[in-house]
Design a protein around this ligand. Structure first.
Ligand code: ADP
Length: 370
């Protein structure tokens, strides 16, 4: 059976066609600058029509849609019907940038291929296993429940995939393996995975908090917002733009790409040096916290653009932790091995390329079987 995975962003549509068991990629592509002047498509309808024309849909058994926010409603991949669409619509206030794009993808795909089952795979679903004490903010409980304010967490498909691949690399059953997964891409988040289940993650109600990212601040004191509004006179929209688009590495050193930060750091640029150290220290703080949450970790796994490709970040983020059983082997790290810890280290350190589309395809076929 073939499965088409669709990842509709606000201005792009990524697609990949799989043959399901075992998942083999048949075709993939990207339609960019959707809705922009000179872009590949005028809107999501046209973009998806392009996708349908460019892939061989014979034998298509299902479409898997990536949906960013599933709120508290979805703890697993779910077959899409009108009720599910309405529920995803109801979550738009929690993900105003992301869920509308997924919804238009779902609407167009259902219209073009009404007989093909469609499945929603949520970035938040994997984190639904985090216990109440890990998702509850210590704020007025009535306000929190009225406005659905809690931690949801994101990058769930990636954390789930690399945690399982880590167990496979170590030759252990996933349900007997504890892993701290570090997804370091443009967005970045950490996750504590206990026996295959997420028990803590660094993003929150939105993908803004936690680790330092390309253009997002990660954790800050919320009083900064009051101060920027009252004292500096910025509007709420300006503050949101600042913390999501011009913060993080971009805000500290004027570049959101870690390769450039590293280059400039080697050239002696103090802003790039500070950006690098702030970025790596934040990772270390979360690793320490999640070691405590788990009590015992079998592995720490790096993934996504920075995690897979930057030996410098990996070394700096875990530097000085040998008393906690964490020690990176310099040669393995620089060589790009999958297992980069030293032989004597208690906690294995791994580098695993993430594959969110493949995970979405697997979740899609699982949803159809269940
Ligand atoms: P996205 O979150 O958009 O999927 P990726 O996971 O592809 O992003 O990560 C993109 C980031 O990875 C880039 O912005 C860049 O900072 C980083 N990156 C890619 N290659 C390298 C490298 N060789 N060294 C350091 N960082 C890298």
């Amino acid at each position: 059976m073939k499965i088409l995975v669709l990842n509709c962003g606000s201005s792009s549509v990524k697609y990949r066609l799989f043959d399901s068991t075992p998942p083999v990629t048949l075709t993939k592509g990207l339609i960019e600058r959707v809705g922009e002047a000179g872009g590949d498509a005028a809107d999501h309808t046209e973009a998806l029509q392009r996708v349908m024309e460019s892939v061989d849909l014979s034998g298509l058994g299902a479409i898997g849609h990536r949906v960013v926010h599933g709120g508290s409603l979805f703890s697993t991949a779910t077959i899409i019907d009108d009720k599910v669409v309405a529920a995803i619509e109801g979550l738009v206030p929690l993900a105003p940038l992301h869920n509308p794009a997924a919804l238009s993808g779902i609407a167009v795909a259902r219209k073009l291929l009404p007989d093909v089952p469609q499945v929603a795979v949520f970035d938040t679903a994997f984190h639904q296993t985090i216990p109440a004490d890990g998702v509850t903010y210590a704020i007025d409980a009535d306000l929190a429940s009225r406005w659905q304010i809690r931690r949801y967490g994101f990058h769930g498909t990636s954390h789930a995939y690399v945690a399982r691949e880590t167990a496979a690399l170590l030759g252990r059953p996933p349900e007997e393996t504890n892993v701290i997964t570090l997804h370091l891409g443009n967005g970045a988040s950490a996750c504590a995975v206990e026996r295959g289940r997420s028990v803590a993650t660094s993003m929150g109600m939105s993908p803004l908090p936690g680790l330092v990212m390309g253009t997002r601040s990660g954790d800050i004191d919320p009083t900064v917002l009051f101060h920027l509004h009252r004292t500096a006179g910025l509007t709420l929209d300006e503050i949101e733009h600042s913390l999501t688009r011009t913060a993080g590495l971009q805000g500290l050193a004027g570049a959101n790409d870690m390769r450039e930060i590293q280059r400039r750091r080697h050239d002696g640029d103090p802003a790039a040096e500070l950006a690098f150290t702030v970025y790596c220290r934040r990772i270390k703080e979360y690793v320490g916290a999640y070691l405590a949450v788990l009590g015992h970790a079998d592995a720490i796994t790096f993934t996504a653009g920075v995690g897979e490709n930057s030996p410098e970040v990996r070394a700096a983020a875990l530097h000085g932790l040998s008393t906690l059983g964490i020690d990176i082997d310099d040669t393995r790290n620089r060589r790009g091995d999958r297992l980069i810890s030293s032989d004597s280290a208690r906690v294995r350190v791994c580098v695993i390329p993430t594959d969110e589309e493949q995970e979405i395809a697997m979740e899609t076929s699982k949803a159809l079987r269940d």
